[in-house]
Design a protein around this ligand. Structure first.
Ligand SMILES: Cc1ncc(COP(=O)(O)O)c(C=O)c1O
Length: 282
């Protein structure tokens, strides 16, 4: 089947989807992005993603007016044209095209790129899988709360993880766990769920927000608080979250087994609640 992408104002075959070599997104990572999950052809948490996209654009003064109705329509057409049942929608907005120079000019026309990718999600059924993670120094800049495509440290960390047969790289800064190369990190100790506060040093994940909602609704014990590498190793359960892979249980970190290598009860419970929330979204 031929894949279809959307570039600026047109739907185009994937192999004809191009941007200029002077696009600032290509030359300087001068761009922002979102990854939206699609389950059963439905967009998940669309409004949250749009809100974060607006935040990222504003923080970088990229002048792109977000029309939610138009973007939703493009997303739905892409889902249809690509016969996407389960997977992700990738959206990127760059500052635009300009002869190479670090400082950007006023009134550039942003480049808008969007396409879909099929994906089989790791769901909390009999086949629910857990994975190894490795730790890696958090060498990123201090505005990781902006979802920009400046992702070189994340790429180095993810490749280190892959080489070490791990699914994800967990970042450490000043002996504290911040998040991971493409997900947020959670630990459970004595039935209390912990994750790094979203004020700084992490991307405020949409899946993270959703899980906090679920935790509060179900009156589970929760602290938005930093934790150390030792606390990570000594946790009863560890899991990571992202729109690309929902809740992923972690059974080993570096050489330390977590929960004897088994998926934790509370991790699975949260994963079940999350997917049932997603299935209700239309
Ligand atoms: C660094 C980082 N943290 C957290 C997340 C999770 O965010 P979300 O749940 O919005 O996908 C991602 C997702 O790509 C990420 O790249």
């Amino acid at each position: 089947m031929h894949r279809v992408a959307y570039v600026n104002n047109s739907f185009v075959p994937m192999d004809k989807a191009f941007v200029s070599i002077e696009d600032r997104g290509l030359q300087f990572s001068d761009s922002v992005y979102e990854v939206v999950m699609v389950i059963n052809k439905n967009l998940i948490d669309f409004e949250h993603h749009i809100k974060r996209l607006e935040f990222s654009l504003n923080q970088l003064s990229i002048k792109f007016y977000i029309n939610k109705i138009i973007i939703k329509n493009i997303f739905q057409k892409l889902i249809k044209k690509n016969s996407l049942k389960n997977g992700i929608l990738y959206l990127q907005i760059t500052r635009g095209v300009q002869p190479r120079e670090h400082a950007y000019k006023k009134n550039l026309k942003p480049t808008f790129i969007c396409y879909t990718q099929k994906k089989t999600f790791n769901l909390p059924n009999n086949n629910f899988k857990s994975y190894k993670a490795v730790t890696y120094p958090d060498i990123r800049w201090s505005r990781v709360d902006i979802k920009s495509t400046s992702l070189l440290p994340n790429i180095l960390a993810s490749t280190y993880a892959l080489k070490n047969k791990a699914y994800e790289a967990i970042f450490i800064k000043n002996n504290k766990i911040t998040e991971a190369a493409h997900s947020n990190v959670w630990i459970i100790k004595n039935n209390t769920i912990y994750t790094h506060p979203a004020k700084s040093r992490i991307l405020n994940g949409i899946t993270r927000l959703k899980i906090i909602e679920i935790i509060k609704k179900n009156k589970l014990k929760f602290k938005e608080k930093t934790f150390t590498l030792k606390q990570l190793y000594d946790a009863d359960e560890v899991f990571i979250t992202s729109s690309g892979s929902l809740i992923t249980p972690i059974n080993k970190i570096d050489n330390k087994k977590i929960n004897n290598g088994k998926i934790g009860i509370l991790t699975k419970k949260l994963a079940v609640m999350l997917i049932s929330n997603y299935k209700k979204q239309k």
